[in-house]
Write a protein that binds this ligand. Structure first.
Ligand code: UD1
Ligand code: UDP
Length: 372
């Protein structure tokens, strides 16, 4: 039996690989081995528990405040050993994290074919997102199968000289996971969330974690949030805060004594997407949330200067507002106070897939391996 190895390490990779793992498991046509680098720990484990995924190997590399070099070298060494033992026929990686790049690199060193899920997203800016833009480009160089979520992503790969015969537009598996999880009748287990969404307040959902935003840019974002809350009594900000200590320390300093902000632990995926579907507006620098919120009809203001996901901007549900506090405050106030502008953005559109991306990727992998 042919063997494939599915490798991931962070929360979003786990969410987006889970629907694919489900199909491989159900059909039992190839042997699958699940490897987690655990570049994330708690945030990864939340997803493994939800989707009942038990890894065959767990590198358990995460350390507080880890550097890019440490992540990359630990993974390279750890994965080499596993690849030697397991000798898979194909390795599947996802997206643009340091796990993605390091695992592809390790597989390449042993001349094992690589399939890249969510290939081809680009900003064309080397340092934004950092280091994800380059992680994704390097992974493209190393991969044999490129599963592009959109036609735009496919064109980006072609422009870089990737053979079009190896690129497949599949949609994004994030939509498969979302459709399986959002439920209009969902009841939160957490009393605070029920209380917030039963109130008459407008709830802004905030998330932020990008490395290029750490430090001054994040300070600007937080100061803008302060201004928004001080100026709008009917607004509450819900902030499931990333575990990165740099983010936590800054938030503590800037939001101390500020009313109207609820800083909570990262939410499990199920309550999180249901929060997203009930909130008024999303402010974020996340990649995945830029794909999910449009499908739920939620306007998103992106706290970055660039995005590798232009499709939802073109569709009008997502707007890049950058990290300048004036611009964040102005754009947020505009949506809070201008009903027509809000309604224009709050359209459920979904340029990222029809919920069947995993099935397409599964079929393509089987074909590649010659499995009937
Ligand atoms: C990583 C990815 C980023 C992705 C994000 C998804 C890289 C370089 N970055 O960024 O592309 O968008 O994941 O969330 O690959 N931490 C914990 N527990 C956790 C997770 C993180 O304590 O479960 C803390 C640790 O102190 C860790 C720090 O957060 O050192 C940063 O984690 P890291 O994976 O390096 O960066 P992220 O910003 O999470
Ligand atoms: N998410 C979650 N709980 C949270 C915040 C986000 O489950 O508290 C989910 C979200 O629905 C999306 C993914 O995590 O699927 C996005 O992860 P993140 O923003 O960390 O990474 P990125 O997408 O930017 O790589």
């Amino acid at each position: 039996m042919k063997k494939i190895m599915i490798i991931f390490g962070t929360r979003p990779e786990a969410i987006k690989m889970a629907p694919l793992i489900k199909i491989f498991r159900k059909n039992k046509k190839v042997e699958i081995k699940i490897i987690v680098t655990a570049q994330h720990r708690e945030m990864l484990d939340q997803i493994l528990t939800l989707f009942k995924i038990q890894p065959d190997y767990d590198l358990d590399i995460m350390r507080s405040g880890q550097s890019l070099t440490t992540i990359t070298t630990k993974i390279l060494l750890g994965i080499e050993e596993i690849l030697r033992i397991e000798k898979p026929d194909l390795v599947l990686v996802h997206g643009d994290t340091s796990t993605t790049f390091a695992c592809s690199f390790a597989a390449f060193y042993q001349q094992i074919p690589i399939g890249h899920v969510e290939a081809g997203l680009r900003t064309f800016n080397k340092y934004s997102p950092f280091p994800e833009e380059i992680n994704r480009r390097l992974t493209a160089c190393l991969s044999d199968l490129h599963f592009a979520p959109t036609e735009t992503a496919k064109q980006n790969l072609i422009q870089e000289g990737i053979n079009p015969q190896n690129i497949y537009v599949t949609g994004n598996t994030v939509i498969d996971a979302l459709y399986d999880t959002v439920n209009n009748n969902y009841q939160f287990k957490d009393a605070l969330l029920n209380q917030l969404f039963d109130s008459q307040q407008k709830i802004i959902l905030l998330t932020t974690h990008r490395r290029e935003n750490l430090g001054k840019p994040m300070e600007s974002i937080f100061l803008a949030i302060r201004d928004i809350l001080i100026a709008n009594e009917d607004v509450r900000v819900l902030f499931p805060i990333h575990y990165n200590p740099l983010i936590r320390n800054l938030a503590k300093t800037i939001f101390e004594d500020l009313e109207g902000i609820y800083i909570i632990e990262p939410l499990d995926y199920e309550p999180f997407v249901n929060v997203m579907s009930k909130c008024f507006l999303v402010l974020t620098d996340s990649g995945g949330i830029q794909e999910e919120a449009p499908a739920l009809g939620k306007p998103v203001l992106v706290l970055r200067d660039t995005t590798e996901r232009p499709e939802a901007i073109q569709a009008g549900t997502v707007k890049l507002v950058g990290i300048n506090p004036d611009s964040i405050v102005t754009e947020t106030n505009y949506l809070l106070h201008n009903h027509r502008a809000y309604i224009k953005m709050a359209n459920a559109i979904n340029p990222y897939g029809d919920g069947k991306a995993s099935q397409r990727i599964y079929d393509l992998v089987l074909k590649y391996l010659g499995v009937q």
